[in-house]
Design a protein around this ligand. Structure first.
Ligand code: KG4
Ligand code: ZN
Length: 340
């Protein structure tokens, strides 16, 4: 351990995953996660159940992260935690736990914006090139769909976002309509691989400027499925893979159209993706095609950093630590935290 090495404990608890990671500078030593299976049976995250599960998971997950990294709590330089945005009850568990542990170890705490972390995950040390600045950041998750101009690590501006549902939410809601478990995104992706994406056509809302919309597509999808079921009760069963491929194509095409437009308007050819939906294979193929056609330089996180994780909170903690950007011990969870 060199004297200058910085050890950060990252904690993520914004939604339904309790996660902890240890970073040595920009390098991940451990990255642990406790998924909450309980929500599956309700078809979506139940906030009260999520915060209770965080309470029982947080100490075991943090202990596991320390053990796997072979680190004593006394070696930690700081604790970085998700301050927001997210579910208030879930955020409270991570925030208050971090403050208590920080106080007892007498080390600083660092509040992190979850959506910034989805983009800055690209600066974790790896054998791949990290994005240069500036770039167009695209955060696509269950709670957000945002287009962000990123000038520097912590200098970001949201220029567009969804007017209603997030893209991940659209995947999950459409999946629920055809009987898939929550979260349905990964299952739609899997089933779509065998299906015909041209078989069913759904509208793409025409939204001016840099925003997008997904709720109209979801309603059109629901009406289509209900009408088709009236004609043939076995419609979903007979057409599941084609339905998945077609709705997936629609949701991703909607996003890509907007990225193309913003990239042109803002003259930004460097496109950086983050958030759970960046795991989608049709999106990856579509981005690859566009990188050839439009000369884009595209950055997609490795699969294990796409969905919520604590390593992404840890890397922002490290970047803030070296700039001396610490939070007070009286900082509070902020469900609608803005970019700062
Ligand atoms: O970033 P994340 O883990 O949590 C939030 O901050 O919301 O994103 C979760 C979202 C869910 O909506 C899930 O269905 C979606 O990411 N997702 C996917 C895929 N993997 C996860 N959507 C489409 N295709 C995937 N392969
Ligand atoms: Zn997320």
């Amino acid at each position: 351990m060199s004297k200058e090495d910085i050890y950060i404990l990252g904690i993520e608890s914004s939604c339904d995953d309790t996660a902890a990671a240890i970073l040595k500078n920009d390098e991940v030593l451990s990255n642990c996660i406790a998924n909450q299976e309980i929500h599956k049976k309700y078809g979506g995250v139940v906030p009260e159940l999520a915060s209770r599960a965080h309470l029982s998971n947080i100490i075991p997950v943090v202990s596991k992260a320390l053990d796997e990294a072979n680190i004593n709590p006394e070696m930690l330089s700081a604790i970085a935690f998700t301050k927001g945005p997210g579910l208030i009850g879930s955020l409270l568990v991570g925030t208050e736990f971090s403050k208590a542990l920080g106080l007892s170890l007498n080390i600083p705490v660092i509040g992190v914006n979850h959506m910034q972390a989805h983009l800055l995950v690209h600066y974790i040390k790896s054998n791949k090139k990290s994005p240069d600045f500036p770039f167009l950041g695209v955060t696509i998750s269950g709670g957000h769909t945002q287009f962000v101009i990123v000038e520097d690590y912590l200098k970001m501006e949201i220029i567009g976002e969804t007017l209603d549902d997030a893209i991940g939410e659209a995947f999950d809601k459409c999946g629920k309509i055809i009987g898939l478990d929550y979260p349905a995104g990964p299952e739609i992706d899997k089933l779509a691989k065998e299906g015909d994406s041209e078989k069913f056509d759904f509208p793409i809302p025409n939204v001016q400027g840099f925003n997008v919309s997904y709720s109209g597509t979801k309603t059109a999808f629901m009406n289509f499925i209900n009408n088709s079921k009236l004609k043939d009760p076995a419609f979903i069963q007979k057409n599941k893979i084609d339905i998945c491929a077609s709705i997936q194509k629609n949701l991703i095409d909607n996003l890509i159209l907007k990225v193309k437009y913003i990239s042109k308007e803002k003259s930004l050819n460097r496109i950086v993706i983050g958030g759970g939906v960046s795991a989608n294979s049709f999106l990856k193929d579509s981005l690859e095609l566009n990188s050839k056609e439009n000369n884009w330089e595209v950055f997609i996180p490795p699969l294990f950093y796409t969905t919520d994780n604590a390593a992404m909170i840890g890397i922002v903690g490290y970047l803030k630590y070296i700039k001396g950007m610490f939070s007070d011990y009286n900082t509070i969870a902020s469900p609608r935290l803005a970019f700062k």
